[in-house]
Design a protein around this ligand. Structure first.
Ligand code: NAX
Length: 334
């Protein structure tokens, strides 16, 4: 069979800690498949070019057959030219004691500029995953400044939160993480997010049971479990003195792989996507919903039960996103 044409994959913040794990997994075929060659477009800022040079030496030394070449650049035009997929990681990371809101002013301008560059140079069907925080609002701004690209092509990462929630339930039940399915992260990738296991299942070899029935501890599920997931990022920073990197890169891989290849029948994943008003969430917020994916298009799962307990949590995180969006819009139009 003839070799496929390489696709062009952008990683911004390419000299940073998340990218260091992410680039390996893209180059290895974990995202786009073992038969899909890639051309890496690596963007960072001028002071990071020396580090990026070292990263590129290591890409050479990986000697992976799928990597057909790379561009290392501080120029958005060169980074986004002809892009098929883009991981927007580059931004200022959250440091100990810093709330994500503090990052907004610093980071939102980066995503305005990158939206404009995507609009001008990327393919119109480019798939954009925003990882850099505040991820939901950055994804909204990026899409807003790229009007020639459909807004469903911009998504924000809440997969790390989903993976954290799945892993926590799995540990509690002494199961493997992939036996826990249909966990939903609602809302913002922040401490207001709602990790929801009301519709989640534990898949046993022969059957499946609901997480609530398996755990048999509603109090824990509706208090400590939620809090632990909501504050996991801060806990990692406090222990590691640096934000989650290996697990964030793996989550970015999971997100883009599922977007590219689709979700298995009966299973959903969580992604920050532009709200269409589903579940009473205001339109035009990038809000994390449960989605299924087919033919590289995501669809919000409809008809899930929203209890009164869940309703207040969905609305709280939406309110935070409304505030963030207002602030971001005023920064961008100043
Ligand atoms: P690092 O500081 O290690 O790397 C960031 C890189 O971005 C640096 O090399 C920096 O020079 C580069 N950069 C800064 N401005 C840029 C620009 N305008 N264009 C291109 N590159 C630029 O941070 P890292 O740990 O890799 O984290 C990156 C981002 O991911 C942060 O915003 C962080 O908060 C966010 N995260 C998001 C997560 C999520 O679940 N959505 C979880 C992990 C992480 O906290």
């Amino acid at each position: 069979m003839p070799e496929k044409e390489p696709i062009r994959v952008v990683v911004t913040g390419a000299a940073g800690q998340i990218a260091y794990s992410l680039i390996y997994m893209i180059a290895n075929g974990d995202v786009f498949g073992r038969e899909q060659p890639v051309y890496l477009h690596l963007l960072d800022i001028p002071p990071a070019m020396g580090i990026l040079e070292g990263v590129c030496m290591e890409i050479d030394d990986l000697a992976f057959p799928l990597v057909k070449g790379y561009v290392k650049t501080a120029e958005p035009k060169d980074a986004f030219e002809g892009a098929d997929a883009a991981f927007l990681v580059g931004s200022m990371p959250r440091r100990e004691g810093m709330e994500r809101k503090d990052l907004l002013t610093a980071n939102v301008r980066i995503f305005k500029a990158q939206g404009q560059a995507l609009d001008q140079y990327a393919k119109k069907d480019v798939k954009v995953l925003v990882v850099g925080n505040p991820a939901n609002t950055n994804a909204f701004i990026c899409s807003y400044y790229a009007p020639s690209i459909p807004n469903e092509n911009f998504t924000a990462m809440t997969r790390l939160d989903q993976n954290r929630a799945q892993a926590l339930i799995a540990k509690r039940l002494n199961k493997s993480a992939n036996s826990i399915t249909n966990v939903t992260i609602w809302g913002n990738h922040s401490s207001t997010q709602f990790p929801d296991v009301i519709n989640a299942k534990v898949v046993e070899p022969a059957d499946s049971v609901s997480v609530y029935d398996a755990v048999k501890d509603t109090k824990w599920l509706e208090s400590d479990f939620i809090k632990t997931v909501q504050t996991r990022g801060a806990a990692v920073i406090s222990a590691r003195k640096a934000s989650s990197a290996m697990s964030a890169a793996k989550a970015a891989v999971d997100h883009m792989r599922d977007w590219w290849n689709g979700t298995p029948s009966g299973k959903w994943v969580s992604m920050g996507v532009l709200s269409d008003g589903s579940y009473g969430i205001p339109k035009d917020l990038v809000y994390s919903f449960p989605v299924t994916i087919a033919n590289k298009k995501w669809t919000i799962v409809q008809g899930l039960k929203i209890t009164d307990f869940a309703r207040s949590k969905l609305d709280l995180t939406a309110a935070e996103l409304i505030d963030e969006k207002k602030e971001a819009e005023s920064i961008c139009s100043a």
